[in-house]
Design a protein around this ligand. Structure first.
Ligand code: ADP
Length: 434
């Protein structure tokens, strides 16, 4: 208890005692105590009302100073009030700084609630996506940014992926959109201008496609002459081998150009709109028939338990099967084994090509789908490999909403798994197992 509180209590007690004493002198101590209590009560009520008025009106002159506990309460109140005001001021300054820095950010940031309704956004979000802080507050962001990819991303609550969409205010601006978990049930939508990267990518794609296209015609002429020279019996014997090599290299160039053109086509096309039902089982059987049957090819077995057909582009899916199977054949010795499976469950279907071949070092696995990446360049080239097969596989799968997973151990074989989601599948009559 503070000194002031003690003095206040002693004062009240003395007053009550004095009242009782005076009452006792007159033979009625109880009346004396009652009288003194009423005086104390009246004084307290008066002080309380004055105090309340002082707080309400901010006029402290009417409050008598020097009355211990009331003065202490008043100075405490004024101290807290001043501290509160100072705190408010520093929070306001901090808030202004935070707002200034978020507004200075080149990337758009939009705070969303659990229903994807806009709570707040910075200036870049206005510039990039036309969002207005006050006007759009409470609006669902997918009503303003209507790209289906973004709607899907917001609905899936996927915090690892990002999508690229055109800005609703300017077709020429491309935005990379990412969702970050924020607070208890809020999200932060980050918008980054990636127009320059998209433009450079397009330039690179166009350049590769144009260069490949332009190189095709001269190569056809060279090929034609080489074929004619090779068929000509009158050429000197010393030329036979160089001509054969030139023909082989020209054929290889044709293959590279063909694959580059195919890759450019796949890259510039969006998701496959083709909806034809593709019998994966049939494609697998046809590919095995075309590629197997040579002495140096490992034994190929199948595990075709799924009855599902794929919705997509048959020629493109065939490219996937042929690429994976020919790789397995190429990198598995003749005494090894290759298994091609097509299985389904509630999560979708898997096309799996597994082999017991030479396998791949773990550090090379993430690079397999890069263009022209080959673990052993010389070896792959001798085998007729270009290093574009898996890049094409990856693009075809992306166009069919599918994903490629590679598991492998050096020396112990590899497994290439293509996972197709359920909405890419159509259930068909069971395919008779061969
Ligand atoms: P390539 O035409 O060289 O086969 P790909 O893009 O198809 O090009 O494959 C890239 C590289 O991945 C290959 O050069 C090879 O090193 C490796 N690879 C692909 N499939 C297999 C496999 N089944 N086993 C071992 N290595 C493989």
């Amino acid at each position: 208890m503070s000194e002031t509180s003690r003095r206040f209590l002693v004062g009240v007690l003395l007053l009550l005692l004095a009242g009782t004493f005076i009452g006792w002198l007159y033979g009625r101590p109880d009346w004396g105590l009652l009288g003194a209590s009423l005086v104390v009560l009246a004084w307290l009520i008066r002080q309380l009302l004055t105090f309340e008025r002082a707080l309400r009106t901010d006029e402290y002159d009417n409050l008598r100073y020097g009355e211990g506990i009331w003065e202490q309460m008043l100075s405490r109140y004024r101290f807290e009030k001043e501290r509160g005001a100072q705190r408010k001021k520093s929070y306001q300054l901090l808030l202004r700084e935070v707002r200034k820095s978020t507004n200075a950010m080149p990337d758009g940031a939009v705070i969303l609630d659990a229903h994807n309704e806009i709570l707040n956004c910075n200036r870049a979000a206005k510039r990039l996506a036309g969002l207005k802080r006050k006007k759009d507050r409470g609006q669902r962001v997918d009503n303003i940014l209507r790209a289906p990819e973004l709607v899907k991303l917001l609905q899936s609550n996927d915090y690892d992926s990002s999508v690229e969409v055109q800005s609703p205010v300017n077709d020429g601006i491309w935005l990379n959109c990412r969702v970050v978990r924020y607070g208890a049930d809020q999200k932060l939508l980050l918008l980054r201008d990636v127009t320059e990267r998209i433009r450079l990518n397009k330039m690179r794609r166009d350049f590769v496609a144009n260069a490949s296209h332009e190189l095709r015609s001269p190569l056809t002429v060279i090929n034609g002459y080489l074929d004619a020279i090779a068929d000509d019996d009158s050429i000197p014997g010393t030329w036979k081998n160089p001509v054969a090599q030139m023909r082989a290299q020209a054929a290889r160039m044709r293959q590279i150009l063909g694959e580059l053109l195919e890759l450019s086509r796949l890259e510039s096309a969006g998701p496959s709109r083709s909806d034809e039902p593709v019998s994966v089982v049939e494609l697998i059987r046809n590919s095995i028939e075309a590629l197997a049957g040579h002495d140096d090819v490992a034994k190929i077995t199948t595990d075709l338990t799924s009855t599902a057909n794929l919705r997509g582009n048959s020629a493109e899916i065939e490219t996937v099967v042929v690429n994976l199977l020919s790789n397995a054949i190429r990198y598995t010795p003749a005494d090894g084994e290759i298994t091609v499976s097509w299985r389904s469950d509630a999560d979708g279907s898997d096309l799996v090509v597994a082999d017991t071949g030479e396998g791949i070092d773990p550090e090379n696995i993430p690079r397999l789908t890069e263009r022209f990446f080959r673990v052993d360049k010389g070896r792959s080239r001798d085998d007729g490999g270009v290093g574009l097969g898996l890049a094409i596989v990856k693009h075809v799968l992306a166009r069919h909403d599918a994903e490629l997973t590679v598991t492998s151990e050096s020396g112990a074989g590899s497994e290439f798994r293509c996972h197709f989601p359920p909405d890419r599948l159509v259930d068909e009559e069971p395919v008779p197992l061969s």
